[in-house]
Design a protein around this ligand. Structure first.
Ligand SMILES: [Zn+2]
Ligand SMILES: [Zn+2]
Length: 360
């Protein structure tokens, strides 16, 4: 194709995009569709940087189409609404997470689990219903069907709240679904990064007793003092791991590097659940007997539906939950990506888009 369908869109947009597998981001002018009757157009204020952005800009999943404008932890202010928009008006603060479209009629959509719809449209780098590629929140504005736009709670900070749209819902959803949201429940959290620190905060807010597992003893102080976890276990220390034997009702495992699951299954109490949020490159090895003894479950969980994302934002606002963030200008984004590879951030970068992205 010589002309991109995007060139047919009437409205100019501007953002930062990667053009090849180097993943290096640089300014890009593209276009967005006109405001449809159910669309909300909004100016992007803040956008978090998620590990998935890094995978996509470097084409680590093998599905990236360049140029790609990442960003799916987007907070903004509404500038225009379509004639049939019911939930939003100009001036409202809003959020958009990982999804901007789905079929709206399948079983998953009908039960508010749009994230599992076979026709889901990702916020960036996926074909939209009109055949054009979606562009994410590392850009000046977005236009999104109101069904996929979240109402931003009044007292939830815009910058440190942004990462809740991916890291927040990805940890809140499994805590709720697997019944780890009850006071007194004993919950383990493996890995203390963007997802892990959000999991600790939500589990504590549910009244759970939280144990953080990390291979880095340096994280003990952060876990106990910074995040108010109840216990810390150095997962390389066999004595500490043995002390946790059979104690936990559930474990939220956020680690995406290969790591042994047998010690984690041993730490589960009968009927305990090991929930995996990270996707290590190698298949999981599990001794079936370690599941049979104690009726244990190994499960996975990814993001959440729109209704539950709204519920999570409202819960976060009510309980004062935000991400710990380092706010950066957009021209720092390549350095931020380098630091993210080294886990050199506590715990999320958030781009101050409105104040740093200027059209050339
Ligand atoms: Zn994400
Ligand atoms: Zn559907």
């Amino acid at each position: 194709m010589t002309t991109s369908p995007e060139s047919e869109h009437p409205i100019k947009a501007y953002g930062y995009a990667a053009r090849d597998t180097s993943g290096s981001l640089s300014p890009l002018t593209f276009s967005r569709r006109d405001t449809g009757e159910k669309d909300v157009r909004f100016k992007v204020l803040f956008c978090g940087i998620c590990h998935t952005d890094l995978h996509f800009v470097k084409d680590e999943f093998g599905i990236t189409k360049y140029p790609i404008t990442p960003g799916h932890e987007i907070v903004g202010v509404v500038t225009e609404v379509g004639c049939k928009v019911e939930k939003f008006k100009v001036g409202d603060k809003v959020g958009v997470g990982c999804l901007v479209g789905s079929c709206r009629s399948c079983q998953s959509c009908a039960t508010d689990h749009e994230q599992h719809c076979p026709k889901t449209v990702g916020t960036y780098g996926t074909p939209d219903f009109d055949g054009t590629q979606t562009h994410g929140g590392f850009s000046d504005h977005m236009v999104t069907d109101e069904h996929f736009v979240l109402r931003w709670p009044e007292n939830l900070p815009l910058d440190s709240g942004a990462p809740l749209l991916c890291a927040g819902i990805t940890t809140y959803s499994p805590l709720r679904y697997f019944g780890l949201d009850k006071p007194g429940t004993k919950v383990g959290v493996v890995g203390l990064g963007g997802l892990g620190h959000a999991a600790v905060k939500f589990a504590k807010a549910f009244g759970a007793e939280v144990t953080v597992f990390s291979t880095s003893p340096a994280k003990e102080q952060e876990a106990l003092e910074g995040l108010k976890a109840d216990h810390f276990i150095n997962s390389k220390d066999e004595h500490q791991m043995q002390a946790a034997y059979g104690t936990l009702n559930g474990i939220i495992d956020t680690v995406s590097a290969n790591h042994p699951t047998a010690p984690l299954l041993s730490a589960l109490a009968p009927f305990g659940k090991l929930v995996l949020l990270g996707a290590p490159p190698k298949p999981l090895e599990v001794a079936t007997i370690s599941l049979i003894i104690g009726n244990k479950t190994v499960a996975g969980s990814g993001a959440g539906g729109i209704k539950e994302t709204q519920e999570m934002l409202d819960f976060a606002a009510e309980h004062g939950i935000t991400a710990d963030v380092e706010v950066i200008p957009i021209d720092y984004v390549n350095t931020a990506m380098e630091r993210l590879i080294k886990s050199d951030v506590k715990y999320r970068f958030v781009i101050d888009v409105a104040n740093s992205l200027k059209a050339e």
